[in-house]
Design a protein around this ligand. Structure first.
Ligand code: UDP
Ligand code: MG
Length: 152
């Protein structure tokens, strides 16, 4: 099924000059960009986004990390996009993420793991509207689509 998933290049990815590197991995995978913005996340947007983690010990550090600088928020669309993006991103524990993944190639520590991707369909449906309004999600046809997936 065609899905949409929320991806963030976190502040460490921006600071380290990895925006293009991260975007190119999703582009090369065959995913389609449907929304993108460069922004400073507020504590209130993060409280919604990381709602499940609010009571965890790492939450204050997570919020100061995500508010420490700009992020690139994106929505990517494609066949099985949520799982495909999570596999492209690699394990949360960057030191255990396989080589070939974004975290496995570019990060070493769980607290600075460069990128966020929605974990499952429920999270994707919940997270996309936190970062984007409906009119910011652009539907368009790609001439290359049939070279990436076949029609159902
Ligand atoms: N995190 C952290 N320490 C932990 C667990 C998580 O700093 O012990 C941060 C890390 O940035 C992670 C984010 O909190 O990406 C959200 O955690 P989650 O388990 O949802 O991982 P993700 O879905 O990002 O792989
Ligand atoms: Mg998560």
């Amino acid at each position: 099924m065609v899905e949409r998933t929320l991806i963030l290049v976190k502040p460490d990815g921006v600071q380290r000059g990895l925006i293009g590197e991260v975007i190119s991995r999703f582009e090369r995978r065959g995913l389609k960009l449907v929304a993108m913005k460069f922004m400073l996340p507020t504590e209130s947007i993060l409280a919604k986004h990381y709602e499940a983690h609010i009571n965890k010990g790492f939450y204050p550090g997570l919020v100061s990390y995500l508010t420490s600088g700009p992020v690139v928020a994106m929505v990517w669309e494609g066949w099985d996009a949520i799982k495909a993006c999570r596999l492209t991103i690699g394990d949360t524990h960057a030191n255990e993420a396989p080589a070939g993944t974004i975290r496995g190639d570019l990060a070493i520590h769980i607290s600075r793991n460069i990128v966020h991707g929605s974990a499952d369909a429920n999270d994707a449906a919940r997270e996309v509207p936190i970062w984007f309004s409906d009119d910011e999600l652009i539907s368009y046809e790609r001439a290359t689509e049939l070279w990436i997936t076949r029609p159902d």
